[in-house]
Design a protein. Structure first.
Length: 443
């Protein structure tokens, strides 16, 4: 066999749902990347813009896969619905490794997820369903304000509202009722593929959930399940803008005390065993209230966070994409520990809290210069020059993401200084700003 034939034999064809330019550098930085060939499978726009049709997406994906001249070694993805559910559906059809569709839906459907959580842990808020068709919708019995009202399915905290009284509750439910179908209706196709338990009979995908407001430090737990064993490989702090529910940065590693980290590991392992996930990554968000020493699970994501890939590369030496890829290929998914060039790393969300038009934004050459001048920095600009912020996709209910800035350094002070230098260097400028924008909504 020739060298070229040997190379073809050892190359693994990996199809990535929603493969994007921002993640290519970290995908190509994983161990054995020279053996992997990444193939795009559907675009972000096809997968997330407007109301998607899951059967249509399956047909489009199958057309690409069926036309491929070669072995299909893995089908992976690192986005929420519909990507999270397409991975097990397509993997089953093409004989590649994945967790079950049911285990994904038990995480993704926020109401079903809560029902599963309360079977094995106490670390979750009070919750209940809200009647979207009621003339005068009311909070679930036994719950009091303030609370969060959200759809059971959404993208990036879309249609999630913090409310502090009945008036705000009614307004939020009205907004959710108008927009819940965009994700909820396509998700009902997925629910129809499963044998649902009695407690989920008639619930469907267009569901509104109310949950008590959680306070404290927000943290994220990253891990995977391999051959039935749950492994947590990292805990990160999620820090909000002051007085806001919008993320300022994710910082790795967490600064929480070791006993709290241990509890996060224990709760995560219990809930992931309960949902029955295997051969897959996960990311779980929590709140820890140090005053009450109270831990509460916010939500389970049935995929690793691509937002954290650079952070693990900076601190541990390998992006967390490695776990996803290794599990899909039946390889050892373990990450190295603290083998990276930096002690601490962060992903910063540079946000604008009012609507406006991007009058000036840096181009690729400007960004390359900034990244060269400030070591341990990477920048992704979200809106295009000339774009109105309210036209950008998948923003939370209170702000607009302008740029994602990744920083690695020797201390928190170091990464803060790099972020400040980077923001100043970007030179972003806005026009037609609407006074008192989204920051005036309920926080």
């Amino acid at each position: 066999m020739s060298d070229s034939e040997n190379t073809r034999e050892s190359t693994k064809n990996i199809f990535v749902l929603g493969l994007d330019e921002a993640n290519l550098p970290t995908l190509n930085a994983v161990p054995h990347a020279e053996e992997y060939r990444f193939h795009p499978l559907l675009t972000i726009e096809e997968l997330q813009v407007g109301e998607v049709s899951v059967p249509d997406l399956i047909d489009r994906a199958q057309a690409v896969l069926d036309a491929f001249d070669g072995p299909i070694d893995a089908i992976v993805g690192y986005w929420d619905f519909p990507v999270s559910t397409l991975v097990p559906i397509l993997s089953e059809r093409y004989g590649t490794r994945s967790t079950s569709l049911e285990s994904v839906v038990k995480c993704e459907h926020k109401y079903w997820s809560r029902l599963e959580q309360e079977k094995v842990v106490e670390e979750h808020p009070r919750f209940g369903r809200v009647d979207l068709e009621a003339d005068d919708p009311r909070p679930p019995e036994g719950m009091s304000f303030p609370m969060w009202v959200k759809p059971a399915l959404s993208y990036s905290s879309e249609l999630a509202f913090g409310v502090k009284d009945q008036h705000e509750f009614r307004e939020a439910v009205g907004e959710i009722a108008k927009g819940v179908a965009r994700v909820g209706r396509p998700f009902e196709y997925v629910l129809d593929q499963l044998d649902l338990p009695e407690e989920m009979t008639g619930v469907g995908g267009q569901v509104c959930l109310a949950e008590e407001t959680l306070t404290g430090v927000q943290v994220a737990v990253e891990g995977y399940v391999h051959d039935g064993e749950v492994t947590v490989y990292g805990v990160l702090d999620s820090i909000n803008y002051p007085g806001s529910s919008s993320f300022l940065r994710h910082q790795y590693p967490s600064a929480l005390p070791e006993p709290v980290i241990g509890r996060l590991h224990d709760v995560s392992k219990k809930v992931m065993r309960q949902v029955g996930m295997d051969a897959a990554t996960f990311s779980i968000e929590y709140f820890y209230d140090p005053q009450r020493d109270a831990l509460n699970l916010l939500e389970i994501n049935p995929r690793h966070s691509q937002s954290h890939a650079e952070l693990f590369e900076y601190v541990d030496g390998v992006p967390n994409h490695h776990c996803m890829l290794s599990l899909a290929l039946g390889r050892d998914p373990a990450l190295p520990h603290r083998a990276g060039p930096y002690q601490v790393a962060a992903k910063w969300y540079y946000r604008w809290f009012a609507d406006g038009t991007v009058r000036q934004a840096p181009g690729p050459e400007d960004i390359a210069r900034i990244e060269k001048e400030i070591p341990g920095v990477r920048v992704d600009i979200v809106p295009d020059e000339g774009q109105r912020l309210s036209d950008t996709e998948q923003q939370d209910s209170y702000s607009y993401e302008i740029a994602h800035i990744f920083t690695g350094g020797d201390s928190e002070a170091d990464i803060r200084a790099k972020y400040d230098r980077c923001v100043a260097a970007l030179g972003l400028d806005f026009a037609d700003t609407v006074p008192g924008g989204r920051d005036q909504k309920n926080l």
